[in-house]
Design a protein around this ligand. Structure first.
Ligand code: FES
Length: 587
C-alpha cells in the first residue's frame, strides 16, 4: 500500500483547496476522522481525501429499468476517466423509473427522482457529478435535480438500442408496438406474429431507438450543452460509448477545476437550442413538459408559446420514426448529433457554452454527414419549416394544448366534429372494442382526467387506440383530445396537454358527448362550440373527483403540489434550486 497519512499542515492545505468535499474530508478531530475513516472501508488510500475532486456518478441503473441496464458497466468507464484525471469517484443509486413497467405512469416518479438526486447531491461530499440516465424520465429528472444543486455536472445518456429487425424489416421501439397491436386488433395479423415481433424489437441494451422521448432528450441535452458532443446517438453497445464514458470521467474533473456549472450552460439561448433542435429532429412532445420544468429549475423564462414561435423556421431534417423512416442506429452512421448540428448551422445559437468549456459551434466544427437520406439537407427536408409542435388555444384550452404536426394527418388539421367523451381511460378502452359503439371517423374522441393531477402523473395515453370497428373498416387516424401526454414514439392527430386539465376544473371537464369541437391547427385554435352561459351552468354543477391513490405517500404530495403541464408538471416547491451550500454538521 502506498497510502500515507497526511500531516496536519497538509490537511490544512487541502482544506483550503476550495473543494466542497474538503468541508468533510479536510476537517480535523472527530469529524474528519469519521468522514475519512468510514470511507477507508472501501479500500481508499488516505491521499484520496487530500484535495482531490470528489465526483459522484449518479446511476439510474435498475433491473426494473431495462433501458438503463448497462449503466453499471458504463459507470466503470466513467470511474477510469475520473481516476486518470486525478479525481475520486463515488457511484450511487437513485430512484429509477422504467417507462414500460411503472404504474400508474413513470411520469409520476420523475419529480421524485429529481428530488432524490437533489437531496443526495446536497447532502454528500461531492464536487461534481456525472449523470447516467437513459430511459424517458430518468434523463429529465436527473437534469432537473442536478440543475437545482448546480454542482459541475456532465450528463451521459446510455445510448439507443440497435435497430429492431423483423422478417427483413427494421422495426422501431414504441412506434412498431402501436402498429403491430393495432394490426392485431384489426385482425390483420395473428398472435404468433405479435409474439415473434416482441422478441425482435428490443435486440440490445439501450433506450428506445426511435426518435421517442429518450432519444429526443439525449440529443437536445447535447445541443443544450450538457453532454459531450457527438455522443448522444452512439448506440448503447458501441464501444465508442464506453470511450465517451471514460472521457466524461476525465472531463468532469476538469469542470470542477474550472468551476463550470449548469447555471453557466443552461441559459435562455441553450433552451432555445433545445426547442429548435427538437423541432428539427421531429422530437417528442414530452420535451415540452421536461424543458418547461427544467427552465423553472434554473430561472430561465421559457413559455409554452416558445415551442411554437421559435420553430416556425425550423424544418424536420431527421428522417426518423415516428415521423419518418429510419432509426437511431442509422442516424449515428449518417453523421450522428455532430453531423446533424453541422446541418442545422445557424438555426442553433453557436456561441452557447457547453460542458467541453468550448462553444457549441466550436464543438462541431468540421463535422460531416454521410447519408442525406437520414439527415436531410436544409433544402430537402422531411417536413417543411413550421411542421413541428403547434400550440393551440381556445375556450377548450385557455392556457394551451399541443399537437405534433409532423406525426398528424394533414387531412385532419382543420376538423370539426362531434365530441365523444369519456371520464376515465378504462371506460374508453372498454368501449373501444364494442362493435355497437356509436362512433364514426369524423367524431372527436375525448378522454379526460388523465392530466398531471387527475390520473395522477399525466400518462402517455393521448394517442388513444382507435375504436375496433373503425380499425376494421380501414380508418387509420382520428382527432383525439386529452389532458394526457403521448409517447414520443407515437403518431396520429392527437391534441395533448390541455391546460387547465379536467381535474383542475378546466373547460375540458365541461365537454359533453354530442358537443361540437373545432380543431384548426393553422390558426392554432381549439374551440368548444358551446355558449358561455351553458358552460357557466355546467361549471357550477361540476365537482372535483377523488384522485385514485392520493390518500397517502408520494402520490398525495404529488397531487397536492403538481403544477399544470404549461409549467412543466413539476412540484411547485421544487421550482428553483437549493444550491450546493454545505449544511450543518450534526456531530
Ligand atoms: Fe425506456 Fe423507451 S421505454 S426509453
Amino acid at each position: 500500500m502506498s497510502a500515507r497519512n497526511l500531516g496536519k499542515e497538509e490537511r490544512e492545505a487541502a482544506t483550503g483547496s476550495g473543494l466542497r468535499s474538503q468541508q468533510w474530508f479536510g476537517a480535523e478531530g472527530k469529524t474528519g476522522f469519521m468522514h475519512r475513516s468510514w470511507l477507508r472501508s472501501e479500500g481508499l488510500p488516505d491521499d484520496s481525501f487530500r484535495g482531490r475532486p470528489v465526483i459522484g456518478i449518479a446511476n439510474s441503473w435498475s433491473e426494473l429499468t431495462s433501458c438503463n441496464i448497462h449503466l453499471r458497466a458504463l459507470a466503470e468507464h466513467v470511474k477510469r476517466g475520473i481516476w486518470q484525471a486525478g479525481g475520486v469517484p463515488f457511484e450511487f443509486p437513485t430512484t429509477s423509473a422504467g417507462e414500460p413497467l411503472v404504474r400508474p405512469t413513470a411520469m409520476l416518479l420523475r419529480n421524485l427522482i429529481a428530488m432524490d438526486l437533489e437531496e443526495t447531491l446536497r447532502a454528500n461530499p461531492l464536487d461534481g457529478v456525472v449523470l447516467l440516465a437513459g430511459c424517458d424520465k430518468t434523463t429529465p429528472a436527473y437534469l432537473m435535480g442536478a440543475a437545482s444543486v448546480d454542482l459541475p455536472t456532465l450528463l451521459l445518456t446510455g445510448g439507443p438500442m440497435l435497430n429492431g429487425k423483423y422478417r427483413g424489416s427494421d422495426i422501431g421501439s414504441g412506434t412498431s408496438v402501436w402498429r403491430f397491436t393495432e394490426a392485431y386488433r384489426a385482425g390483420q395479423i395473428g398472435a404468433d406474429e405479435v409474439a415473434e415481433a416482441e422478441g425482435c424489437m428490443a435486440r440490445s441494451q439501450g433506450h428506445c431507438m426511435t426518435m421517442g422521448t429518450a432519444s429526443t432528450l439525449a440529443c437536445i441535452s447535447e445541443y443544450m450543452g450538457m453532454q459531450l458532443p457527438g455522443t448522444a446517438a452512439l448506440p448503447a453497445n458501441d464501444s465508442r460509448r464506453a470511450t465517451a464514458a471514460h472521457l466524461a470521467g476525465r472531463r468532469i474533473v476538469e469542470m470542477v477545476e474550472e468551476d463550470l456549472r449548469p447555471s453557466a450552460i443552461l441559459t435562455r439561448e441553450a433552451f432555445e437550442n433545445g426547442v429548435r433542435a427538437n423541432a428539427a429532429l421531429g422530437g417528442s412532445t414530452n420535451a415540452v413538459i421536461h424543458l418547461l420544468a427544467l427552465a423553472r429549475r434554473v430561472g430561465v423564462e421559457l413559455t409554452l408559446e416558445d415551442f411554437d414561435t421559435l420553430v416556425r423556421d425550423v424544418p424536420v431534417l431527421a428522417d426518423l420514426m415516428p415521423s419518418g423512416r429510419f432509426l437511431m442506429e442509422d442516424f449515428e452512421y449518417a453523421g450522428g448529433t455532430a453531423g446533424f448540428a453541422e446541418t442545422l448551422g445557424d438555426l442553433l445559437h453557436r456561441d452557447t457554452l457547453t460542458v467541453t468549456g468550448r462553444t457549441l459551434g466550436e464543438n462541431y466544427t468540421g463535422a460531416e454527414v454521410y447519408d442525406r437520406e437520414v439527415i436531410r439537407a436544409l433544402d430537402n427536408p422531411v417536413k417543411p419549416a413550421g411542421s413541428g409542435i403547434a400550440v393551440l388555444r381556445g375556450n377548450l384550452a385557455p392556457r394551451g394544448a399541443v399537437i405534433k404536426q409532423s406525426a398528424a394527418s394533414p387531412a385532419l388539421m382543420s376538423h370539426r366534429g362531434r365530441a365523444l367523451v369519456w371520464d376515465a381511460l378504462t371506460d374508453y378502452l372498454r368501449d373501444a372494442d364494442d362493435p355497437e359503439l356509436d362512433v364514426s371517423a369524423d367524431d372527436i374522441l375525448i378522454v379526460r382526467n388523465v392530466g398531471p393531477r387527475g390520473y395522477p402523473g399525466m400518462p402517455e395515453v393521448g394517442n388513444l387506440p382507435l375504436p375496433r370497428k373503425l380499425l376494421e373498416a380501414g380508418v387509420e387516424d382520428m382527432v383525439r383530445i386529452s389532458d394526457a401526454r403521448m409517447s414520443g414514439t407515437s403518431y396520429g392527430t392527437v391534441v395533448l396537454h390541455v391546460v387547465p386539465e379536467a381535474a383542475a376544473g378546466g373547460p375540458l371537464a365541461l365537454v359533453r358527448s354530442g358537443d361540437i369541437v373545432a380543431l384548426d391547427v393553422p390558426s392554432r385554435s381549439l374551440t368548444l362550440e358551446v355558449d358561455d352561459a351553458e358552460l357557466d351552468a355546467r361549471r357550477a354543477a361540476w365537482a372535483p373527483r377523488q384522485v385514485p391513490g392520493s390518500e397517502r405517500g408520494w402520490t398525495r404530495l404529488y397531487v397536492e403540489h403538481v403544477t399544470q403541464a404549461d409549467e412543466g408538471a413539476d412540484l411547485d416547491f421544487l421550482q428553483g434550486g437549493s444550491g450546493a451550500a454545505v449544511g450543518p454538521q450534526a456531530f
